[in-house]
Each structure stands twice: as structure tokens, then as C-alpha cells.
Design a protein around this ligand. Structure first.
Ligand code: AMP
Length: 409
């Protein structure tokens, strides 16, 4: 189906033409009529499926520009996603008078407050900064008619549940809620049951988690051959653009230092860097000015790098969803991509489970492991097995927030 068949405003069609969107993606075809009809939706969508525009286009279409108030609120887990979301909306709304804006931590709150005072129609926000603004500025959500929760499972994992419930309590106008999540744990179902009205549940590609244009390679290493295997792979494949994932900042720093001695155009991203540095690196990577990016999992959620041809799991991904999220950075929108995962003998049980869960047909580089005769499970594969207990990131209750000044983010 073409965007021109949807009755969209001509200014929006001009914006879509500028960014080269002609046909709707399958996710957009299914969700569009329901979003426009104001229906509540719970959608489990394949990563890289076009879900941002599936929300953003109807939101831009339905803004009433004569009303100088926030009419749509989009909550996302990270600053990078907030920036990506708002830039997608700005492209779509380029020829309209709709004003989108993003607020997130790590940026002066006063600048954000003054921009908000000038009038914003669509606000993209991370939970912490939004709540700080609700407490410390005249920001009002009373005219919000559409509320989008993106990457809802990740927000819950990060301990934002209290914050989300608080934001929901601020939405006093009758509104539509659109909930996007890669997985549907019970906590999400519970949230949806409590706050959504007769939601339409859409399970897109639920039986096929990994994009089909992705090739999944696996290579066994031992401690001595780990780095050389990586170098050999990069030299042989010569990726147009690659992200190399490590499980910790320290590993990522060490690896990027070693790689810089071997290859040009290597950079590093992790959660400990200044926000401005991270943003500029993301922008350079997205513009294909960096060829190899070593990253911790901060780079793995939802972000759209259309040039990335290879995802390399230098460290074996831990936790149930990490493989899907990391490898979802390539093979987006039907493009081709290759994922290679290095594993050691100790990872075999987790590897077997990963292949089963994601229904992956592996390509073995080197010898195929004998997984039928595995002994007792050595590692549970969850975060705590190798790194100690995961830190409790449950955020303070609203009452506590009222009594304590917000901490700096
Ligand atoms: P998302 O899943 O929202 O991160 O989108 C993945 C990629 O698809 C982004 O690069 C979008 O710009 C692109 N995209 C989304 N919708 C369309 C469309 N209808 N036609 C072409 N590209 C699209």
C-alpha cells in the first residue's frame, strides 16, 4: 500500500517523499488504520520494522496546530532513542507547523524548559527527565491525546515502572495508548491490563524473531585465539560497517585500544561517556563516517544504523534478549546483514538455548560443536551468572521524589 492512498495531509506526503518513503512496511499497514482510529494497541514488532514511523505519521497527522499544547507524548528508555525518534518526527513534519521536541537527561534542564515554554506539540521523553520537568517546570500533560510507550520491556527492565505509572496518572484527558515492546513479559501484560482500554494486540512476526535477511555465523574460540579470530574475520570479510559488542566497559575499552593498532576508523561507545560525545559518535556512525564501532549493550536497543552490515558479538551475549537486540542493528528493513558470535566451550549450553529460542539456522565457521552430548549446565545464561547480581535500578517512589530533590542524571 502507498502513503498517497491514506488521505494524509499534503505537507506530510511532501515530507515522506523527501525521505524516500513510498510504500508502507507490513507493520505500518497493520497498525496505521487502528492508530488513526484512536484505538489502544499493544504491538510486538520485529526490530527494524518501521514502527517509529508507524506511530509518528498518524501523530503528526492528528496534531491540532491551533492548540499550543503537548498533544502526543512518547516515552522511550534512552537518550539516543529519544533523539532518533524526534529526528524521525521532524523529517515527517518538516513541511508542517507541527513542533516536535525531545527531553532527556544529561542536557541542561533550563534550555529544555524554555523550549517547552515556546510551545511543543509532540514530546519525546525519557522517564527520569520528564518527571523532573513535571515537578520543576510548568510542563503540562493535560492535553495529551496519544501516549506512546516504546521499548516498554526495556523501560521495565531499567526499573522505570513507578515512573511510567506516575506519568500515566498525569494524563487526565481521554487518550489513546500505544505500547510497543520486543517481548511481552507478564509485567507488560499487567501494565496493559491496568491502563489500556480494549487494546488491539498485534503480534507481528512472533514466530520469526530474527529478520530473515540476517546470516548467523558462530565461531568457537579459546582465550588465546579470541582477538586473532576477530582480526582474521574483519580482514576476510572487510565489513562496510560493523558494530562489535562487548559485555563490559572495560572489555570494550581494551578491545578498541587493540583494534586501533590494527585498523583505521575504529571508535568506542559505552554508557560512561559524556552524552555529547555519545551523540556525536552516533551521528558519525549513522552517517557512515566510522567503520568499526566497539560498543557495550547501550548501542543495542532499537537504534537505527542503516549502513551497518555486520554485528560481531566479541563477548557472548548474556541474558535472553541481548542476541536479538544486538543483531537487530543490521539487516534492517530487508537489507542483508551478517552476525558473527564468538563462543567458548563454556558457552555451549547457552548457545544451544539461543539457537533454539531464536529459531536460528547457524553457519559454523570452523568445526561444528557437538551439542547433542552436552554435560550439565555450567552457566545459566542470565546476567547474574557471570557478573554478580544485577544492580537494583528500582527508582524512588513518587512520594520519595517529592521529599528529595531529583538527582543529577
Ligand atoms: P524503525 O523500525 O522504526 O527503527 O525503522 C527502521 C528503518 O526503516 C528506518 O531507517 C526508517 O527510516 C525506515 N523506514 C520506516 N518506514 C519506512 C517506509 N515506509 N519506507 C522506507 N523506509 C522506512
Amino acid at each position: 500500500m502507498k502513503f498517497t492512498e491514506l488521505g494524509l495531509k499534503p505537507e506530510i506526503l511532501r515530507g515522506l517523499k523527501d525521505i524516500g518513503y513510498e510504500d508502507l512496511t507490513p507493520v505500518q499497514e497493520v497498525t496505521f488504520p487502528h492508530v488513526l482510529a484512536n484505538r489502544d494497541i499493544i504491538a510486538r514488532a520485529e526490530t527494524g520494522s518501521g514502527k517509529t514511523a508507524a506511530c509518528a505519521i498518524p501523530l503528526v497527522q492528528s496534531v491540532d496546530i491551533s492548540l499550543n499544547e503537548i498533544q502526543a507524548l512518547i516515552l522511550v528508555p534512552t537518550r539516543e532513542l529519544a533523539l532518533q525518534y524526534v529526528s524521525a518526527i521532524s523529517d515527517i513534519a518538516k513541511h508542517t507547523k507541527v513542533a516536535p521536541f525531545a527531553v532527556y537527561g544529561g542536557f541542561p534542564i533550563a534550555t529544555q524548559t524554555s523550549k517547552l515554554a515556546h510551545g511543543v506539540h509532540i514530546l519525546v521523553a525519557t522517564p527520569g527527565r520528564l518527571i523532573d520537568l513535571l515537578y520543576h517546570s510548568p510542563l503540562s500533560l493535560s492535553e495529551v491525546r496519544t501516549f506512546v510507550l516504546d521499548e516498554a520491556d526495556e523501560m521495565l527492565n531499567m526499573g522505570f515502572v513507578t515512573d511510567i505509572e506516575f506519568v500515566l496518572s498525569c494524563l487526565i484527558h481521554e487518550h489513546q495508548t500505544l505500547l510497543f515492546s520486543a517481548t511481552m513479559p507478564n509485567a507488560i501484560k499487567h501494565l496493559a491490563k491496568k491502563y489500556l482500554t480494549d487494546p488491539l494486540t498485534i503480534e507481528l512476526n512472533a514466530d520469526k524473531i530474527a529478520p530473515s535477511s540476517l546470516i548467523h555465523c558462530f565461531k568457537q574460540i579459546d582465550r588465546n585465539s579470541h582477538f586473532d579470530s576477530l582480526v582474521g574475520f574483519i580482514e576476510k570479510e572487510d565489513p562496510a560497517q560493523a558494530i562489535i559488542f562487548c559485555n563490559s566497559r572495560l572489555n570494550a575499552i581494551k578491545l578498541s585500544d587493540k583494534l586501533k593498532g590494527k585498523f583505521k576508523s575504529v571508535d568506542l561507545i559505552h554508557g560512561g561517556q559524556e552524552q555529547s560525545r555519545r551523540t556525536s559518535l552516533f551521528n558519525r556512525f549513522r552517517a557512515n563516517k566510522v567503520k568499526v564501532m566497539v560498543a557495550t549493550d547501550i548501542a543495542s536497543r532499537g537504534l537505527d544504523f542503516s549502513h551497518t552490515t555486520h554485528v560481531i558479538n566479541y563477548d557472548f551475549p548474556r541474558g535472553k534478549e541481548a542476541y536479538t537486540h544486538r543483531t537487530g542493528r543490521t539487516a534492517r528493513m530487508g537489507r542483508k546483514g551478517t552476525a558473527i558470535t564468538f563462543y567458548s566451550r563454556g558457552d555451549l549450553n547457552d548457545l544451544k538455548e539461543l539457537l533454539r529460542r531464536n529459531r536460528i539456522k547457524p553457519q559454523w565457521l570452523g568445526k561444528e560443536p557437538d551439542m547433542d552430548n552436552l554435560k550439565k549446565k555450567r552457566s545459566s545464561g542470565n546476567y547474574s551468572s557471570k557478573h554478580g547480581k544485577r544492580p537494583n535500578r528500582q527508582r524512588p517512589s513518587n512520594q520519595k521524589r517529592k521529599n528529595n530533590p531529583p538527582r543529577k542524571r
